[in-house]
Design a binder for this molecule. Structure first.
Ligand code: GTP
Ligand code: MG
Length: 156
């Protein structure tokens, strides 16, 4: 099933928002397939955000991401990339709807607490970068209460 890469940024960890953020993905019904707390080096952060290398905020963004530990996660579920972005909210918290993570928990675009892959292709690339060991292999026993498995077998 589809997977996405979600990262709680250093401000989210420092502000004690890890449990709150994980809870929102869990309650939705998505499955946690990878989780680690780590501090990354400058070259790693530059690689993660390489598509933004020409942006004026790039060096500040890299400084922000390496400023403390982050929580790196793989989440799995039907449509998790697009739905994950909806749960997170717009890039700028000032434009994020209430009810989204950034809409509820952040104020400034440069401290927006969480990253989520923006496409299935980005998710594959980012999971490969952050989890070279791959996801943890387990199946949630709640699937039958979250998905209509009879319908799902025609979709996948
Ligand atoms: P990510 O999930 O972190 O990739 O955010 P996004 O996909 O919603 O936005 P994008 O990839 O365009 O930007 C990556 C990150 O750069 C954002 O989440 C912000 O932390 C930061 N960023 C984007 N635009 C600005 C900006 O105008 N100013 C500052 N200071 N930071 C920005
Ligand atoms: Mg992005």
């Amino acid at each position: 099933m589809e997977q996405t890469f979600i990262m709680i940024k250093p401000d989210g960890v420092q502000r004690g928002l890890v449990g709150e953020i994980i809870s929102r993905f869990e309650k939705k019904g998505f499955t946690l397939k990878g989780l680690k707390l780590l501090t990354v080096e400058q070259s790693f952060a530059e690689k993660h955000y390489e598509d933004l290398a020409t942006k004026p905020f790039f060096s500040g963004l890299v400084e922000y991401i390496i400023s403390g530990p982050v929580v790196a996660m793989i989440w799995e579920g039907k449509g998790v990339v697009a739905t994950g972005r909806k749960i997170i909210g717009a890039t700028n918290p000032a434009a994020s709807e209430p009810g989204t993570i950034r809409g509820d928990l952040a104020i400034h675009v440069g401290r927006n607490v969480i990253h989520g892959s923006d496409s299935v292709e980005s998710a594959t690339k980012e999971i490969g970068l952050w989890f070279p060991e791959g996801p943890t292999n387990w199946q949630s026993s709640l699937h039958q209460w979250i998905y209509d498995l009879w319908l799902l077998c025609f979709v996948y």
